[in-house]
Design a protein around this ligand. Structure first.
Ligand code: ADP
Ligand code: ZN
Length: 215
């Protein structure tokens, strides 16, 4: 199943994608994660993306499309994927359809994780990420058992440099400018399902699983 998770930063796309990936045995593909890895590795792409990401702006389409095309050449996507962080614009949605069409596959389901602004700000400014396995925690809502360490792999937890309030508000603004056209696009294709993602992660996961079971 080819699933796209849509929603504002902080909607819980990454959290849900990781759990679904385990549940369904499908790869979790996050453009944000791949970009951050590139920044960390100091690749040519990472060098171009770093400042843009720090500002909460979008990395240019051609760069992200090429990166994704390469990721999709991995045969692990033969039974499906969970795509998180792409598409973010109508143009990216069309690019995605083109890239997939060349591989004779198409998006089956788009789940829109609708979230309110105050929940987003609280979630992101308190978010902690594991440097080893990428698991997410939250200083208040989901604190790790041992401060600063991942429950799953003992990796060190850090705060993303774009998870400060100024950048979060910028990311939200960028997101809002683009999301309406995406929603319209996937609605027209009858692929869109909207969920209330202000609920806790377990409830949201249950609802996504139900939708997936119907595909
Ligand atoms: P969030 O969705 O919480 O903002 P992500 O990890 O998905 O976080 O993305 C972090 C940053 O990476 C974005 O603010 C943007 O700069 C860049 N990025 C990720 N995905 C894309 C994309 N599809 N197109 C352009 N830039 C992207
Ligand atoms: Zn970990």
């Amino acid at each position: 199943m080819y699933l796209v998770l849509l929603g504002p930063p902080g909607a819980g796309k990454g959290t849900q994608a990781k759990r679904l990936s385990e549940e369904l045995g499908l790869p979790h593909i996050s453009t944000g994660d791949i970009l951050r890895q590139n920044v960390k590795d100091g690749s040519a792409l990472g060098k171009q993306a770093k400042d843009i990401m720090e500002k909460g702006l979008l990395v240019p389409d051609e760069l992200v499309a090429a990166m994704l095309d390469e990721r999709f050449s991995n045969p692990d996507i033969k039974n499906g994927f969970i795509l998180d962080g792409y598409p973010r614009t109508l143009s990216q949605a069309k690019t995605l359809d083109d890239i997939l069409a060349r591989k004779k596959i198409s998006v089956d389901l788009v789940v829109y994780l609708n979230t309110s602004d105050d929940v987003i700000i609280k979630r992101l400014t308190g978010r902690l990420v594991c440097s080893k396995c990428g698991a997410n925690f939250h200083v208040l809502n989901m604190p790790p058992k041992v401060a600063g360490l991942c429950d799953k792999c003992q990796g060190a937890l850090y705060q993303r440099s774009d998870d400060n309030e100024v950048t979060v508000r910028k990311r939200l603004e960028v997101y809002k400018n683009e999301v309406a056209s995406l929603i319209k696009y996937y609605n027209q294709q009858k692929k869109l399902h909207t969920l209330n993602a202000d609920l806790d992660a377990r409830q949201v996961l249950e609802q996504i699983s139900l939708l997936c079971a119907k595909v």
